[in-house]
Design a protein around this ligand. Structure first.
Ligand SMILES: NC(=O)c1ccc[n+]([C@@H]2O[C@H](COP(=O)([O-])OP(=O)(O)OC[C@H]3O[C@@H](n4cnc5c(N)ncnc54)[C@H](OP(=O)(O)O)[C@@H]3O)[C@@H](O)[C@H]2O)c1
Length: 337
């Protein structure tokens, strides 16, 4: 079978197709014929070598969906033919996060999904809503679960509240979809007016072009009648946090998720958290229980992930380059024939 691996070229790692034996599911394992994978910004971070030497030979991508081909002894949750997606943290089933779960994160600390077949313990797979295709289901494990944990689980988002989503990448577009479905008002920022228009088409209340309006926090403040937003989906990190805090309403919630502007210290003070009696939660994807609750919501509301572009299996490197370009809106998928 064909399996991508990350191989070092110069300073970074690139996905290279290799030929490997088809896995045989051991006791408790489920063998899946992978039909689609999706990319996340994290996959670019992995390819830049953030996980060090263990990146060499690593199977990339956390997110994939496919069809159960065979099950090992003792498997009770799945049978051949079931349509499943992999869980980002294979070991985080339910309850609070524990540091040991880091070792089970697919496509980073643990081997990932970009292969024709993947065998994983049955606890690490989940059935996905019937109305979704394999390509749509492959968008869920990282970006969607992150947005769900951020807004619904930790944020306890309520109808009528206002949400600020930064940019129009995978996490932010899922946050937009969930928040709109829950009756919230969503302000989206983007570098592109065309993308803001698409976001409005998905139900965004307002859009702010953060390139043409570098003081986008002031525009958010104006749009909310000087009240601010109840939730910020903070995917920018140190370079955007100051303005996100300036955009926040009293008692508001910042879901600190991303590192689009890097891993360093915030450029501004955190003191607005104090003066606003606000709260900030660090979010790292979510558990299988979060994924299950989210799937139920997606099924009830008939939500569909927004796929920007689908690349053939052979063109995974092009998919990486497209993700890097930031030209996308929502998710980028690699299909596997
Ligand atoms: N903690 C977690 O569990 C978790 C999970 C998933 C992702 N993340 C992180 O969250 C971030 C987003 O991930 P993703 O996969 O959704 O990324 P993505 O799909 O690649 O989205 C990138 C988009 O973000 C927007 N953007 C870039 N720089 C920006 C800036 N300075 N200010 C505002 N928006 C900016 C751009 O949107 P426009 O083109 O519209 O301007 C860009 O297209 C990444 O840092 C990722 O590592 C964290």
């Amino acid at each position: 079978m064909r399996q991508y691996q990350l191989h070092k070229q110069g300073e970074a790692y690139v996905p290279v197709i290799t030929e490997q034996p088809k896995p045989v599911p051991g006791p408790g394992q489920v063998l899946v014929r992978v039909r689609a994978c999706s990319l996340n910004y994290r996959d670019l971070i992995v390819a830049r070598g953030r996980f060090g030497d263990k990146t060499q030979g690593r199977v990339p991508l956390s997110d994939g969906a496919g069809e159960v081909e065979a099950v090992g002894g003792g498997v009770t949750r799945f049978k051949p033919g079931d349509r499943v997606a992999a869980c980002f943290f294979q070991d985080w089933i339910d309850g609070p996060f524990e540091m040991r779960y880091h070792g089970s994160a697919l496509g980073g600390e643990a081997p990932g999904m970009l292969a024709e077949y993947v065998a994983l313990p049955e606890q690490g797979w989940i059935k996905f809503p019937e109305h979704l295709s394999f390509q749509e289901a492959a968008c869920l494990p990282c970006a969607a679960v992150t947005a769900w944990q951020a807004l619904v689980v930790r944020g306890a988002l309520a109808a009528g509240e206002t949400v600020l989503a930064l940019g129009t990448g995978g996490v932010s577009i899922f946050a937009l979809q969930f928040a709109v479905a829950l009756g919230a008002r969503v302000i989206v920022t983007s570098s592109s007016d065309a993308k803001l228009e698409r976001a409005r088409g998905l139900g965004a209340w307002e859009g702010v072009n953060y390139q043409r309006t570098p003081d986008w926090d002031k525009e958010v403040w104006r749009l909310t009648d000087k009240r601010g937003v109840d939730h910020v989906v903070e995917v920018g990190g140190p370079g955007t946090l100051e303005k996100s805090l300036a955009s926040l309403a009293a008692g508001g919630h910042v879901a600190l998720i991303g590192v689009l502007t890097g891993f360093g210290a915030p450029t501004g003070s955190l003191f607005p958290l104090v003066t606003k009696n606000a709260r900030m939660n660090g979010i790292y994807v979510g558990s299988r229980a979060h994924f299950e609750a989210m799937n139920q919501f997606i099924a009830e509301r008939r939500l569909r992930p927004v796929i920007d572009r689908v690349f053939p299996f052979e063109q995974a490197a092009e998919a990486y380059r497209y993700q890097q370009s930031g030209g996308h809106f929502g998710k980028i998928v690699v299909e596997i024939p």
